[in-house]
Ligand binder design. Structure first.
Ligand SMILES: O=P(O)(O)OC[C@H]1O[C@H](OP(=O)(O)OP(=O)(O)O)[C@H](O)[C@@H]1O
Ligand SMILES: O=c1cc[nH]c(=O)[nH]1
Ligand SMILES: [Mg+2]
Length: 217
């Protein structure tokens, strides 16, 4: 089975096609899944998303010594910036930090207004040097795309150039928006769902990712 699928309806989108992702996505979607079960499935799937998102990392060679001889080794040749969109984005951040323990982590606090469905900013902390590395923006849900659009624009204003967006579930509406406002930003995701409902929730989706991950519903 192929592991990576192109989404031919939307530019720049890679969908991870893997049996463990399909299984864990179903656990996350099921309404009866407990907070503990939700967190565990999210952690597993976040690791797989991080693995694929980091596949194109630039490397530099270095000389290393094994107990037997000197040989060639490799180091990551870029700074990595991880930017979770609070709150739900925190659920995807640790998996990347586990792989890249010296990653710089910035935070963007945003919530969607329940009536307008537009994002409201409440916090930002962007690390210095973001203009010189790879920036991974993480948020499990791309619905209307308003939050991701604002977050990416804000990061670009702070100099970020090489940006990747990692999401768990995308709505076609959000993908269309990010593809048109930020055609330079590739998106890695586990699923492209059917549509948004009248409350701008993703259908079938998984409900409110932040509430389910933090046990606040
Ligand atoms: O694409 P959009 O239409 O902008 O919707 C997606 C946003 O909504 C959710 O956050 P939410 O507002 O629920 O905040 P939370 O993470 O604190 O729960 C989600 O985590 C995204 O940030
Ligand atoms: O379906 C959705 C849409 C926005 N935010 C979520 O957490 N879920
Ligand atoms: Mg939420």
């Amino acid at each position: 089975m192929a592991e990576l699928k192109r989404d031919y309806e939307h530019e720049n989108v890679t969908i991870i096609d893997h049996p463990l992702v399909a299984r864990d996505l179903s656990i996350l979607r099921k309404k009866e899944t407990s907070t503990a079960g939700f967190r565990a499935a999210m952690a597993r799937i976040a690791t797989i998303l991080a693995y694929y998102a980091l596949k194109g990392l630039p490397l530099r060679t270095t000389r290393i010594e094994t107990p037997v001889t000197e040989t060639e080794g490799f180091e990551i040749d870029t700074s990595i910036f991880v930017i979770p969109i609070l709150r739900a984005g925190l659920s995807l951040a640790d998996a990347i930090i586990d792989f890249v323990p010296d990653a710089h982590v910035g935070h963007l606090g945003m919530y969607r207004d329940e009536t307008t469905h537009k994002p409201v900013d409440y916090y930002s902390n962007i690390p210095d040097g973001i203009d010189q590395g790879l920036t991974l923006v993480v948020d499990p849900m791309l619905a209307t795309g308003g939050s991701a659009d604002d977050a990416i624009s804000y990061l670009k204003k702070h100099g970020a150039k090489n940006i990747l967006f990692i999401s768990l579930i995308c709505a076609p509406e959000g993908l269309k928006r990010i593809n048109s406002t930020h055609p330079d930003v590739p998106i890695i995701t586990a699923a492209v769902d059917e549509k948004l409902n009248e409350d701008a929730f993703i259908v079938p989706g998984l409900g409110d990712a932040g509430d389910r991950f933090f046990g606040t519903a």
